[in-house]
Design a protein around this ligand. Structure first.
Ligand SMILES: [Zn+2]
Length: 314
């Protein structure tokens, strides 16, 4: 039993109030809330708090028809994967009542299209931005194989999705909250992220893992994450260079699973950012703000401790 001073043991209610006064938050709410940690009554409060019809969610289809990004182990372009999954997510959002969900599809040269996406999202006054991609690996990890007389590249060594945010985004706490919600929802649906971005062998593509539960990495330089002013995350939905994953990701069942995760994450994020905030999510936002002001480790989320240059942003 916890004792705060000599004498009679403190009653739990008294301890809770004292801890609240000391730390300015509920003692058990040090970790940012996720959909998983939200109790059922608060979950229904979230549903009420999110005005789905007015929430402006943008889904960005990565790459362009002209510059389609990676090529899958079976020879399909990443852009085709991105467009298909982007449409499935947009449809799922609209079916769930997010009437203002918008799919951004651009054409032309890669770099130019990146700035077009950011400009469109700004013009739409988007409240959250999700860029859809499918992953590959550096050339040195690829090998050749033949399928239907075609010589193709593949790498079966890595498997899984990954989520990225930028510390240079206009709303970094919002980006992290949204990315965490998405990663945790994907985990709940049985989808695993790939941990290989933390490995030394990734060289210049090595990334800091900001949240090891949700599979959220930090990638400051990505234009669509750093130039956007609204909360933004980039989802690499899976490794299309992996021969097994390539086939799984082409399956509508997997696309629906990812879309369901995205809808749940958008819903929880919308609730956290609009109307009445459920206490758990509000406290998560307060933790972000408090740590930004005071840098007190006691109230900082665990994952924040792994970000050595976080203060650079303030
Ligand atoms: Zn891509």
């Amino acid at each position: 039993m916890l004792r705060l001073w000599r004498g009679r043991p403190a009653r739990p209610a008294v301890v809770a109030v004292l801890l609240f006064l000391l730390h300015g938050q509920h003692p058990v709410a040090a970790e940012p809330a996720t959909a998983e940690t939200t109790p059922p009554d608060a979950a229904s409060a979230q549903r009420q708090a999110c005005n789905r019809a007015s929430f402006r969610m943008v889904i960005d289809v990565g790459h362009t028809r002209e510059q389609p990004g990676a090529t899958s182990a079976h020879g399909i372009t990443e852009y085709d994967f991105n467009l298909r999954l982007g449409k499935v997510i947009e449809r799922a959002l609209r079916d769930a009542g997010f009437a203002k969900a918008t799919l951004i599809v651009t054409g032309g040269p890669a770099r130019q299209s990146l700035f077009q996406r950011v400009a469109r999202a700004s013009k739409l006054n988007a409240q959250a931005y999700l860029s859809i991609h499918h992953d590959s690996v550096p050339e040195q990890f690829k090998a050749l194989w033949q399928e239907d007389g075609r010589v193709l590249s593949y790498c079966d060594r890595f498997s899984g999705h990954s989520i990225f945010i930028s510390n240079d985004n206009g709303d970094r706490p919002g980006s992290l909250l949204f990315a965490r919600l998405l990663g945790n929802r994907m985990k709940t649906h049985g989808l695993q992220y790939t941990p290989h971005y933390t490995e030394k062998f990734m060289g210049s593509r090595r990334r800091q893992l900001v949240d090891k539960e949700a599979g959220v990495y930090r990638y400051d330089q990505l234009i669509v994450l750093r130039k956007t002013r609204m909360p933004a995350a980039l989802l690499e939905a899976g490794m299309i260079v992996n021969r097994t994953d390539d086939a799984v990701l082409a399956d509508p069942e997997r696309q629906q699973l990812i879309a369901a995760s995205a809808v749940e994450a958008v819903d929880a994020f919308c609730a956290a950012r609009g109307g009445q905030r459920p206490p758990e999510v509000a406290s998560a936002a307060r933790v972000e703000r408090t740590s930004a002001r005071t840098k007190k480790r006691a109230v900082r989320p665990v994952a924040m401790k792994r970000e050595p240059d976080r203060k650079k942003l303030r």
